[in-house]
Design a protein around this ligand. Structure first.
Ligand code: SAM
Length: 213
């Protein structure tokens, strides 16, 4: 995703270490301390402007959430939401989702969300897709056995690729939706991209998959 450079983003992020964790590696294995409770911890990789993760955190105060976003200029929008109405169960990391094992210990995460991940359609860029097997390896390490990965996208090519990638990795596909908004799925929180693409009439694909014990 291309975004406008926001020169003030770095400064604003550094001014809010209570929400954007400045040294996430020191909390590896200790996120319960950071949140001050032992609630389950869910992460989203590639949160963008954070509408989904902020909405989830608001709807589920009994779960802790961490937004992971690699671009400062986008992450700043998640921070703005937190500053406007702070949620105690939401933290933000400015890191690469390919390095999750640096920030979370084995089994520390109960569930992972990927939403409208960049499709990287050229095969030579496949290894950048957040559902490429090297990313799956990291997710598997931090989830418990049978820990789930939930993925939504409008991109049929990425969806098909990801289903194949999950299966080849040995993951179990628990449920698949080919048109989420036409289904009876309850409690869906829309992402910014989801709003944009579904308004154009595009179906939203969704899968819940897990790594077997
Ligand atoms: N999830 C949001 C949504 O559905 O509206 C944003 C979707 S946007 C297409 C993909 C986001 O993933 C971008 O903000 C991008 O910076 C982020 N991203 C891409 N690769 C990443 C990585 N390796 N680690 C963390 N974030 C990443």
């Amino acid at each position: 995703m291309r975004v406008r450079n926001k020169p003030w983003a770095k400064e604003n992020i550094e001014a809010a270490p209570q929400y954007v964790v400045s040294e996430p590696e020191i909390w590896r294995g200790r996120w319960e301390e950071r949140f001050g409770n032992t609630q389950p911890l869910h992460i989203e990789v590639g949160s963008g402007k954070g509408q989904f993760i902020y909405g989830m955190a608001k709807a589920h105060p009994e779960i802790n959430y961490i937004a992971i976003e690699i671009q400062q200029s986008v992450l700043i929008d998640i921070l703005d939401k937190q500053l406007a109405e702070p949620l105690a169960n939401l933290q933000i990391l400015h890191v690469d989702g390919g390095s999750v094992t640096d920030y979370f210990s084995p089994h520390e995460i109960s569930q992972i969300y990927l939403n409208f991940s960049d499709p990287w359609p050229k095969s030579r860029h496949a290894k950048r897709r957040l559902t490429y097997h090297t990313f799956l390896k990291g997710y598997q390490e931090i989830l418990p056995p049978e820990g789930e990965l939930h993925f939504k996208t409008d991109n049929r090519g990425l969806f098909e690729y990801s289903l194949a990638s999950f299966s080849q990795y040995g993951m179990i596909l628990k449920q698949v939706w080919l048109d989420l908004h036409a289904s009876d799925f309850e409690g869906n929180i829309m992402t910014e991209y989801e709003e944009k693409f579904s308004a154009k009439g595009q179906p939203i694909y969704r899968v819940e998959a897990y790594f077997p014990a």
